[in-house]
Design a protein around this ligand. Structure first.
Ligand code: ATR
Length: 283
């Protein structure tokens, strides 16, 4: 058992993770005698790795691909948000060694939006629709956050319609306020929207581009791409050019890290430009 406070991120692979840089920046800023380590854990080794956290002196860990769903069944307690999202991305080890699982992605998404659009988010976007592209794990976290802040009209657009249907069925409360829109009709799904969120991988470095005609998107709509590599995706560039407010995806990554850091190291850290630059330097 070491004296320093230990945390880390478990993934497979894990070397690409920006979390060590992010938490390392905060540890230095707040002068905390702690470490945040990249922990390469194979799927077959997850049960053992989690069970040994306490004896190794860890305060907790983040979980990334492919462990988030498996961790749901391995934590001793799981908060309501993680249960709804169906994935755990943060574990805090309690005094008795109990593993408390949570999911901070919805928090990260909404805090990032708040940074850019302020209190309007809490007002449920004044009853106007929010268009969400994608129906994977990221969409699940985004829709959870939107429901929690009172959005009552969501247009869910996904290439594979059945995935959108099952997301709407499985996420409590989503079905009642969601219209499923076929992928080919995505441009029309922007008509009257207050917010557009891309949760697909389209537009990410190395992936196919997102082809989307923004002509029907109101000029007062905000556009959030949760893709952050590149930082300004073609979608955001196009939206910015026509006068829409744009929100990049890096802020979601930074904000989702806050609850873990607070749980392990006892400080609620600040997301600011210095942190953004430190993390960007690692990309
Ligand atoms: P994550 O958990 O990160 O959200 P995911 O579950 O693989 O990742 O979801 C990726 C999203 O990108 C899905 O909505 C996927 O659409 P499908 O459900 O139809 O697979 C979407 N996506 C990936 N490639 C796409 C493409 N070429 N065209 C349209 N959507 C695509």
């Amino acid at each position: 058992m070491t004296d320093i406070l230990r945390a880390g991120v478990m993934g497979w692979p894990v070397s690409h993770s920006l979390s060590p840089r992010l938490h390392g920046h905060w540890l230095a800023r707040y002068k905390i005698d702690g470490s945040y380590e990249a922990l390469a854990v194979e799927p077959a080794g997850l049960v053992e790795a989690l069970s040994r956290l306490a004896e190794k002196g860890f305060q907790g860990v983040n979980l990334t691909v492919p462990h988030k769903e498996a961790a749901l069944a391995l934590a001793d307690t799981v908060d309501d948000t993680a249960r709804r999202i169906g994935a755990v991305n943060t574990i805090v080890v309690g005094k008795d060694g109990e593993l408390a699982g949570s999911n901070t992605d919805a928090f990260g998404f909404i805090e990032n939006l708040r940074d850019h659009v302020g209190g309007q988010v809490a007002a449920g976007w004044s009853g106007r629709p929010v268009t969400v592209l994608g129906a994977g794990g990221a969409a699940r976290a985004v829709c959870t956050a939107l429901l929690d802040c009172g959005v009552a009209d969501i247009r869910l657009v996904n290439r594979t319609a059945e995935r959108a249907v099952s997301l709407a069925e499985q996420l409590p409360g989503l079905g009642q306020c969601t219209t499923i829109v076929p992928w080919r009709d995505r441009a029309e799904a922007l008509d009257g929207a207050r917010l557009l969120v891309n949760t697909t991988i389209l537009g990410m470095t190395g992936q196919e581009p997102l082809e989307l005609d923004l002509a029907d998107l109101p000029i007062d709509a905000a556009v959030n791409d949760i893709v952050y590599a590149p930082l300004e995706t073609a979608l955001l560039a196009q939206a910015r050019q026509r006068g829409n407010q744009v929100v990049d995806g890096l802020g979601m990554l930074l904000h989702q890290a806050r609850p873990g850091f607070r749980g392990w190291f006892g400080v609620d850290p600040t997301v600011d430009d210095e942190l953004r630059q430190a993390v960007l330097a690692g990309m």
